[in-house]
Design a protein around this ligand. Structure first.
Ligand code: NIG
Ligand code: FE
Length: 414
């Protein structure tokens, strides 16, 4: 049994039954002042005012206490969209980008995802595991307690399975809560250039059955966008995945009004991600669904993409989630504090909205909002204590640096 006492502000207190926060409700954030947080066996037991704790404390004579005077406690971030299993980095394209080449032009020249694919195929499982482990550690130090991780740099059966096995090992060994997403349809590999349908056949007939047989994925992903996979390809892949109970979480509408949102919703996607191109038709489709609209501010920032209409989506009553998209090509950072800052600075989200978007709503986007994403009785004791900061708004305001002092996952200090 442990308790955190004298918490200046206990942020994101929600009822145990809340699974997502949408529309105008995102503007309200519950912050308990001068609070305590009691937890045991990895689960939150109670919270409340210090006055209440003073009355209760005698019943817990040997409890381990951590004093959080001057500090805030937040639930850890859930990062519902990452590609952190990769080999090497891609500063060469970064140079090209600075000189004016677009993401699509770089991809057409054989750079982009295929560049990472060449390197990943050569890397050993252990090398990939060690590099991804480092990235997870760094994400955790910045307050992330859960991550969805995608395959998608292997692009052949052997290499996709290699990536997914790395994710399975991370799942088994890391204190972070991890979910695996099979993204065979990330790009058409070199050996299939000009034969996209044949590559989709391979995904449908060989990759998905093999991935499902080894139970290596929780979800299935497709990059459904201009210049990548079509709505028809996506439907075929999602049909095949549905046979094995793999729910979609897809890349959609980053480069155009691609129909990706519609096909994602049609197949009951847990989330559709990127969403730089969203019009009234897309908002209408999302309104009638449980699919979480997920925006990736780091990628839009890094690539100089148009901004997703986040305010319009929230005004329409939709929830919005913000994730890092940590990957070597479009978002080489997993700093969710910075993602919050970008949400506020560039998308004009209020700090309260940015908290919901990076905690409960990203938890929903990776299917774990019953146990993560908020401070509630019965939820997992995943939270962080900040450094001494004046207000919770300071979190997105002071951008770039690390305001997290100590992270607890499953009730254990990391
Ligand atoms: O989410 N948009 C597609 N895929 C990744 C980029 C991956 C890469 O460039 O390596 C993304 O931005
Ligand atoms: Fe991505």
């Amino acid at each position: 049994m442990q308790v955190i006492t004298n918490i200046k502000g206990l942020v994101q207190v929600l009822p145990s039954s809340t699974r997502r926060v949408k529309g105008k409700d995102m503007q309200r954030l519950k912050v308990l002042k001068n609070a305590f947080l009691l937890f045991d066996k990895g689960v939150i037991l109670d919270y409340g005012s210090m006055r209440k704790w003073t009355e209760m404390a005698a019943a817990y004579p040997r409890i381990k206490e951590t004093d959080a005077s001057g500090r805030f406690v937040f639930p850890t971030f859930c990062d519902s969209h990452t590609h952190i299993v990769y080999a090497g980095s891609r500063e060469i394209e970064y140079n090209d980008k600075i000189r004016g080449l677009s993401y699509e032009e770089i991809a057409k020249r054989g750079g982009g995802i295929l560049n990472s694919c060449d390197r990943l195929r050569k890397a050993s499982e252990n090398e990939l595991y060690d590099a991804a482990w480092q990235r997870l550690q760094e994400m955790c130090a910045y307050g992330t307690g859960a991550a969805e991780i995608k395959s998608g740099y292997g692009l052949d059966l052997k290499s996709e399975l290699k990536m997914l096995r790395v994710i399975a090992r991370l799942k088994a060994s890391s204190p972070l809560t991890i979910r695996a997403n099979f993204l065979g349809a990330h790009a058409v590999p070199r050996e299939y250039v000009g034969r996209q349908t044949a590559y989709v056949d391979l995904i449908v007939k060989e990759m998905i059955p093999a991935v499902a047989k080894e139970k290596l994925a929780d979800f299935v992903d497709v990059f459904c966008d201009k210049g990548f996979f079509t709505v028809k390809d996506t439907g075929r892949i999602l049909d095949a995945a549905a046979k094995y109970g793999l729910r979609p979480k897809i890349h959609a509408n980053e480069l155009a009004l691609s129909g990706g949102i519609q096909v994602g919703v049609k197949y009951g996607a847990l989330s559709v991600d990127h969403l730089e191109y969203v019009g009234p038709a897309e908002i209408k489709v999302l309104k009638g669904s449980d699919t979480m609209p997920t925006v990736l501010p780091g990628a839009a920032f890094f690539l100089g993409m148009p901004l997703s209409p986040v305010r319009e989506m929230m005004d329409a009553g939709l929830p919005v989630a913000l994730a890092s998209d940590y990957n070597p090509g479009s978002s080489p950072s997993g700093n969710m504090q910075f993602v919050m800052s970008l949400g506020c600075i560039r998308y004009k989200m209020y700090p309260e909205e940015a908290v919901h978007a990076t905690t409960i709503n990203t938890a929903a986007a990776m299917g774990v909002s019953d146990m993560l994403g908020a401070i509630s009785k019965g939820r997992k004791a995943n939270f962080f204590i900040t450094k001494e900061i004046p207000t919770y708004e300071y979190m997105p305001y002071s951008f770039g640096g690390n305001k997290v002092e100590k992270v607890f996952l499953g009730g254990k200090a990391i």
